[in-house]
Design a protein around this ligand. Structure first.
Ligand SMILES: NC(=O)c1ccc[n+]([C@@H]2O[C@H](COP(=O)([O-])OP(=O)(O)OC[C@H]3O[C@@H](n4cnc5c(N)ncnc54)[C@H](OP(=O)(O)O)[C@@H]3O)[C@@H](O)[C@H]2O)c1
Length: 409
């Protein structure tokens, strides 16, 4: 009953992230993507198609009766990207068919197959991919019911397990540590670096209401961008040495390969203050030199400790995977029944049209001559009887099937 579901996918499990990008459909805008997907669907005889592309996964979910032969897979991905070699396609593309495809989709949706297990972002990405493909008429009833079942299953996994409970992101763990220090919302935060990591830190600072943030960066525009997120101020990196407004918390995260905050700079930044400071260093290697931590009164939060904590939390999440898989197995069984029932319902919907066609043929072809010689009232009676039979014949299979579908076997 599930045979028509097929998945072709390239994921972080088998493929380095930079190679996954080669399987993404190149497109300049949404209209171009739509037309490429429509072409693929029609050229490869696929009844329904859902396309998902994230930074660590490309997935094509098909509804297609025919099996996916090696030739089909090669030609399909050659059409996606003509630069892909046969060996490359064979090495990276994973195929799931039938029950295995449903099982895979459920695991992806429930974030068991994610790069970071328990990361719920995938559920949003899948729903968006589905809505888009639905709007573009690429999907139909089969993908509708499997998506519905996958979302229900994923929500139960999120609700009934502790899969997404403990944070595995170094940045969010760092901010949690900062919150534990109970610094007031107007604490003076001095941020060094305005790259991706500090961008994330800034989002959290804004979320928790810290507004007194001074951002220092070599590229001033990036410092301005981050300062805007919290309503703080931007400075050039070179202005650090002359900054004399003191601070309560220093957050350092740059790509520098040597410490950027040495004893001399730290002393200067203290601007004569002697109170205990919070220092967060997310850089690898550390941006704040060891002597600062040793010689000054600091509450030091650094990346290695946070990474170890993230690893512990990830192991915790992975233990929950077993519980999640058991839950998904129940949903998988239920879905087999749902798919079977739905298939019967769809078949039954053809009955009324076919019965009406039989009636019309009887009156207008098979018994045409006999009907023509009848007087008007007999002819009307015959038609009424035929219509009565038509309705009864349509209703009986519907009624029988409904009873059969609702009573468990
Ligand atoms: N803790 C984690 O989980 C985690 C995650 C990712 C990264 N990291 C670490 O965080 C650091 C930054 O990563 P990122 O992803 O945020 O990098 P990024 O987006 O490439 O940004 C690098 C930042 O560092 C600045 N920078 C680079 N070299 C510098 C130097 N010699 N002196 C002063 N500033 C310098 C850049 O300034 P410009 O804008 O002027 O170029 C930019 O603000 C790295 O050490 C990385 O290993 C940690």
């Amino acid at each position: 009953m599930l045979d028509s579901y097929k998945i072709l996918t390239i994921t972080h499990r088998q493929t380095p992230l930079q190679s996954i990008g080669k399987f993404i459909i190149a497109h300049e805008n949404e209209a171009a993507l739509r037309s490429r997907l429509e072409e693929l669907k029609s050229d490869f005889g696929v009844d329904e198609m859902l396309y998902l592309a994230t930074c660590n996964r490309v997935m094509f979910l098909f509804n297609r009766e025919k099996s996916l032969s090696p030739d089909f897979i090669q030609q399909f991905f050659q059409a996606v990207n003509p630069q892909l070699s046969a060996d490359f396609i064979e090495k990276h593309v994973v195929t799931y068919e039938g029950k295995a495809a449903v099982d895979h989709l459920f695991k992806v949706t429930a974030s068991i197959d994610s790069l970071v297990v328990g990361e719920r972002e995938i559920l949003r990405q899948l729903r968006e991919a589905y809505d888009r493909c639905l709007n573009w008429n690429l999907t139909g009833d089969n993908i509708r019911i499997i998506m519905q079942a996958a979302v229900v299953a994923a929500k139960e996994v999120y609700a009934q397990t502790r899969l997404g409970e403990k944070s595995v992101s170094v940045v969010s763990l760092a901010v949690k540590e900062l919150l534990k220090t109970k610094l007031p919302k107007n604490a003076r935060i001095l941020m060094i670096g305005a790259g991706q990591t500090n961008m994330l830190v800034s989002k959290f600072l804004a979320k928790y209401g810290f507004t007194n943030v001074s951002v220092f960066n070599r590229t001033f525009e990036k410092a301005e961008q981050l300062a805007r997120m919290t309503g703080g101020s931007a400075y050039k990196f070179s202005e650090l040495e002359s900054y004399q407004q003191g601070f309560d918390c220093l957050i350092a995260c740059t790509g520098a390969t040597q410490a950027v905050v040495d004893k001399k700079l730290y002393s200067s930044l203290l601007a004569g203050e002697t109170s205990r400071k919070v220092v967060i260093d997310l850089s690898v290697p550390n941006n704040v030199c060891k002597e600062v931590v040793q010689d000054f009164d600091v509450h030091f939060i650094e990346v290695e400790g946070l990474r170890a904590l993230a690893q512990v939390n990830l192991s915790f999440r992975e233990q929950e995977v077993t519980v999640a898989i058991e839950l998904l197995e129940t949903h998988l069984e239920e879905f087999e029944t749902t798919a079977r029932n739905r298939r019967i319902e769809r078949a039954l919907h053809r009955i009324p049209g076919e019965v009406t066609a039989v009636k019309e043929r009887a009156l207008n072809e098979v018994f045409k001559k006999e009907v023509e010689v009848l007087d008007e009232s007999t002819r009307q009676l015959l038609e009424r009887m035929m219509t009565y039979m038509e309705k009864k014949c349509t209703g009986i299979p519907m009624k029988v099937a409904k009873e059969a579908l609702t009573v468990p076997a």
